[in-house]
Write a protein that binds this ligand. Structure first.
Ligand code: FMN
Length: 171
């Protein structure tokens, strides 16, 4: 799929079919994640891949019962890994770059999923501590986004955007 078509056609989907994500597509999403830029190329993030029903259901509960997380065949959890960035960038790496690295990686995953004909939704509302426990991430890592991925089982609503005049400031 053309890049701009992927940008235009990506919409948050909150109902998924049970069909598993094909191995080849999963691999492409993971490769896209690994191509994401990061501060100093330190890749200060980790990705946890969740497919077991029990764990997905626990993630849904940790995210204020957003049940669609349990429905998606594949759930990716992106964690910032501040210590990796702090080695070179100290406080700025720890507080900012690691979070940016993780969120850019999640964005790459979203767009790759769209390009492959899959759907997703960025989930940011969850209990960090419980999500860390579910994925078994070591202390210090911070879960920043949960990304359920799969085939859409709904037609997503197209959300409006601000006008460019409002958003962009010519200085
Ligand atoms: C940082 C962030 C956190 C979000 N958290 C949630 C969430 O917890 N649950 C949810 O259903 N959608 C969540 N979303 C999805 C947004 O609601 C959605 O992207 C926005 O309404 C625009 O719709 P679109 O993605 O279809 O363009 C989140 C998106 C972002 C970027």
């Amino acid at each position: 799929m053309d890049f701009f078509r992927a940008i235009e056609t990506r919409h948050s989907v909150r109902a998924f079919s049970e069909k598993p994500v094909e191995e080849k597509k999963l691999r492409s999403i993971l490769e896209a994640i690994n191509r994401a830029p990061s501060a100093g190329n330190l890749q200060a993030f980790e990705v946890y891949l969740v497919t077991a029903d029990r764990d997905k259901a626990r993630l849904a509960r940790a995210a204020s019962d957003q049940e669609f997380i349990g429905q998606a065949p594949l759930v990716l959890v992106f964690c910032a890994h501040p210590a990796r960035s702090a080695v070179r960038y100290h406080q700025r790496g720890e507080k900012l770059y690691a979070v940016q690295d993780a969120t850019i990686a999640c964005t790459f995953a979203m767009l790759a999923a769209t390009a492959l004909g899959l759907s997703s939704v960025w989930v940011g509302a969850f209990d960090e501590l419980i999500v860390s426990q579910i994925v078994g991430s070591p202390g210090g890592q911070i879960p920043v986004a949960i990304l359920p991925v799969g085939e859409a089982a709904e037609t997503p609503r197209v959300r409006p955007r601000r006008s460019l005049d409002d958003l962009v400031h010519l200085i």
